[in-house]
Write a protein that binds this ligand. Sequence first.
Ligand SMILES: *Cc1c(COP(=O)(O)O)cnc(C)c1O
Length: 466
Amino acid sequence: MNQELEQDLKNIDSLLKKAKLQGLAFLESLSERPTSVNQTVVLNSKLNEIGIGAEASLKLFNEKFEILMVSSAGPRFLGFVTGGATPAAILGDWLTTIYDQNTQSTKGQGDISAIIEIETIKLLLDLFDLPDNFIGGFVTGATMSNFTCLAVARQWIGNQNGKDFAKHGVSGEIKIFSATPHSSVVKSLSMLGIGSNNFIKIKLQEGNRESIDLDDLENQAKALNGLPFILISSGGTVNTVDFDDFMAIAKLKEKYNFWWHIDSAFGAFASCSPTYKHLMSGWELADSITIDCHKWLNVPYESAIFLVKEKHKIRQIETFQNSNAPYLGNTFEDLSYLNFLPENSRRLKALPVWFTLNAYGKKGYQEIVENSIEMAISLGEFISESKGFELLAPVRLNNVCFTLRGDENQNKVSDFLFRLNQTGKVFMTPTVYNGKKGIRASFVNWRTTQSDIEIIKSEMLKCLNF
Ligand SMILES: *Cc1c(COP(=O)(O)O)cnc(C)c1O
């Protein structure tokens, strides 16, 4: 055995203890750690001939990079839609690394990890109050989940015309409708060989909405004269967290032949709260659903699930099977994740989710979700009452989309946001909404409290009166 490896194996106890202590110190400092840094580092492109061992590597990391790590898992990081990690999720994530399973087959003499993944999907269906006629799995994020679901939708479209796109490639026109697709949906269309321009934008509902205008959708559907199409709908748009009317879409599904996909990367969590659950009513009738776990479920990156109706299992396997590897068995009999989703070798991403779900249950997630919404409403109230800021849309759930008050201040928005993020006390993301430069603050981290909101308000005012 290599000398450095042998040494590290001997010291693994002390190495892991060091990592634990360092990790704890980081977690304890999350609230004080800056949310942004400016420094850059000189990159090393020369690898040692002989390794330096784990302990010296840790020292090197600490000197060079650790000091620059931002508090993106902390309570005031409101950029993008960024969750943190619950204690149980961290525990599960550590063990995922230690056990290091390659999660694939549910049958045979292999490991149990795929069964853990299946149980975790069932627990998630229960959390979201979805029926058990969905099958699903873990991928790295909502982008890959959208990709996976739309790949099966693409196969379905081919099937409708007697074609097997998975085998023979995409041919003919594919009709896709959407009102406010997330950028990752558009990216998926590009990756799927459908083309990122190849979707028809449905009109938005009147009244500062981002949701589908149902009359326009029905007219477009009618005009296809029975041609099958794909509808990509939103359970929580990223700017203003608007929801398409799923009950109405479910009604249309009785009349028209389409694949219904819902991107509810974070909006799905509305269903954890009796107060907001109605926003997702009807979603159980969709063909496929995207949900992120590394956002509102608060597990570490990279974690998301796709859900596809069990009746489409064949198309899912047609799309993702490893058809030229006989040693992988009969893809239709033994469900193996490697014939079911993009990756072959894969980490047991379900384990952190399994831990956090068991640890905090439905009540825990209801409270996390309702707390985030309360924080967003609180910041929203401050903004709508302030002289300096204004909301670009009402706070519908957990995101606050706002700008500087007055059109004359539009050219100051970027400077303001730069100054605000520069404080290191809070982080927000720039956006454009309704042709206006805006800012988005998204609440999904379980740690955020009202005292964080007070800090955020005070920093916003300081940067405004700069
Ligand atoms: C975040 C998000 C995505 C993309 O998710 P990743 O996890 O970053 O891949 C897709 N759709 C919506 C609505 C999102 O909020």
